[in-house]
Write a protein that binds this ligand. Structure first.
Ligand SMILES: [Zn+2]
Ligand SMILES: [Zn+2]
Length: 164
């Protein structure tokens, strides 16, 4: 979705309300399609005293396997997008501003990038997920298994010393 911002850049006090849905259901991440419902984006882009800034919130449902136990997990997520938009930059691009070339903003690309950056590095079914037993593969959230815990090699040295 391309938004024309010429009017906004040229008129102080101008505002543009955004209320859009984006369909990312076809996007694949780590072998699954986690964006199971439309991403709802709301907020505004405004020109205050000549500075054009964007303030949006993106609400979406994310569904993917838990990174620890692989259980199918669905969660409602919220990402906030806060950016200052400029038409050009005289100094070095530090990533602080969004450069809008030709005063046309690709909102779909911006929402997508910000959502990717906001995703947790570990997606868990619950905060204290115990994961799977590395030996038998049992889901330890359902109870413990009878596998022997691998022995810490440092303790093993100690045990051998005590045995002598
Ligand atoms: Zn889990
Ligand atoms: Zn086990």
């Amino acid at each position: 979705m391309i938004i024309e911002l010429e009017n906004l850049f040229e008129n102080e006090g101008e505002k543009l309300s955004i209320d859009q849905s984006f369909d990312f259901s076809g996007e694949e991440l780590n072998g699954v399609h986690p964006f199971v419902s439309p991403v709802k984006v709301k907020g505004e882009i405004r020109n205050r005293a000549g500075i054009v800034s964007l303030h949006l919130r993106a609400a979406f449902t994310y569904q993917a396997p838990c990174d620890r136990c692989a259980a199918d997990t669905k969660r409602d997520m919220l990402t906030f997008l806060e950016h200052v938009l400029v038409t050009h930059l005289d100094e070095e691009d530090t990533g602080e501003f969004i450069i809008v070339e030709g005063m046309r903003l690709d909102l779909t690309a911006l929402v997508w990038e910000d959502i990717l950056l906001s995703l947790p590095t570990k997606f868990l079914c619950r905060e204290d997920c115990k994961g799977l037993c590395p030996m038998c593969g049992k889901n330890l959230n359902d109870g413990s298994c009878s596998c022997e815990k691998p022995i810490d090699p440092r303790l093993e040295v100690l045990r051998q010393l005590l045995d002598q």
